[in-house]
Write a protein that binds this ligand. Sequence first.
Ligand code: C5P
Length: 370
Amino acid sequence: KPSARETAFTPFQLMLLSLMVVQNCAVVLLGRYSQAGVAAEDKFSVKTLVALTEAMKLFACVTLIGIDNIRELNPSRSDSYLPDMPLYRLITLMPSAVGTEISKILANPKNSMAVSPPAALYLFQNNILYLALENLSAPVFQVCYQSKLVTTAIVSVLLLNRKYEKIQWISLVLLGIGVSVVVLGEQDNSEGDGGPKDQNLTVGLIAVGLASLSSAFAGVYFEKVVKGKNSGSNGKPTSLWVRNVELAFFSLVFSFVFGIFSEMFATNSAGDLKSEVPAKPILHGFTATTYALIFLQAGGGLLVAAIVKYIDNVVKGLATGVAVVVSTTFSCLFLGTEVKYQFALGGITILASVWAFSNHEKVAKILRDR
Ligand code: C5P
């Protein structure tokens, strides 16, 4: 059984985690900037944004698969990462390189099915999160959703036989509390936007609880798949980018089926079957900032995948905690967000818990020597 050892990250892992902190901050800051002063009717559709992000991720993964395969098809060049290949040659080689990989995927559908459970869970999670947001005020939602730090660790113990020390469990709980304190401090500043009107607290709490469980199971299941020895038709472990394409494929299939069902049973507020509402153009409200957000979110999805493969889901949670501190600091410096004493309190709690989680043996020694 892997034991809970002192966590020393390699430079590559630190680079992934730092990129995730930067990505999280950039999304928060750009998200705020893009919403500032925009009238409700001019806002872009979140559904379109999510769909375009998925499409962008898919495009990026297919390109990465192509690049990997071109290297394989040209072994003489395999030691250089294609820098000397002219762009036109790269583009002309791409279709056959991608095609080869797709035929490998199709030749072994059972191997691809491995990612169908996380795909279904992510879809469930992304939808139930909307239900939670509709029924809870933003601060209550944010605070409750921090529970995923602990649910992820519990599921990692159950599915991956991980072992965490008492200090690490306490650090995770404290991290969640620290993030909650920072978020609550910020919400105080932006009071006035209130919560949605017809809220049902019980429905909201159940929804956020289910989303937290789903996030944990989806993340850890995906981790198990990408770290496992599951191999493709050529006997080699399936690459991370292929796994992402498979994940996107199943997400699309499930969301298509789900979309058909929800359309069939959709009702309007009067309870009648939905009537035709004049639709806005699909890219209504999209600006350069929105496209930048899509780019960043897609990059974020790929970073999540890489962090899950090369580190783990629990450490990913620590990185998002650090991102909350960094983004609030930037927001305060550049967007004029006022911070109160809560930020200092929550920020210190976050950073201390991340440190304690990674250095739990040192903390245990300090506590013993006291
Ligand atoms: O809240 P949580 O950390 O579970 O969210 C993870 C997000 O990362 C989900 O929105 C999921 O769609 C995305 N993801 C991804 N590619 C992966 C794994 C997760 O885009 N391989």
